[in-house]
Design a binder for this molecule. Sequence first.
Ligand SMILES: [Zn+2]
Length: 62
Amino acid sequence: MDTIVGDEISLPRPEHVTAPGIQHHWCEHPGYGKDAGWGFAKPKQAPHWFCFEHRGDGETYL
Ligand SMILES: [Zn+2]
């Protein structure tokens, strides 16, 4: 039986990520759509973006 992780947020992710600050990002907090100024990413993985208010959420991706 497969284990499905249900709390993954499925946002469209660009294949080509440019340098931080160039692209416009939105907070990934569920139900939110604020500007996100905080990016969190493991090496070789797509970054997750959160606003100042929810940047604590992003630390779970580190
Ligand atoms: Zn937020």
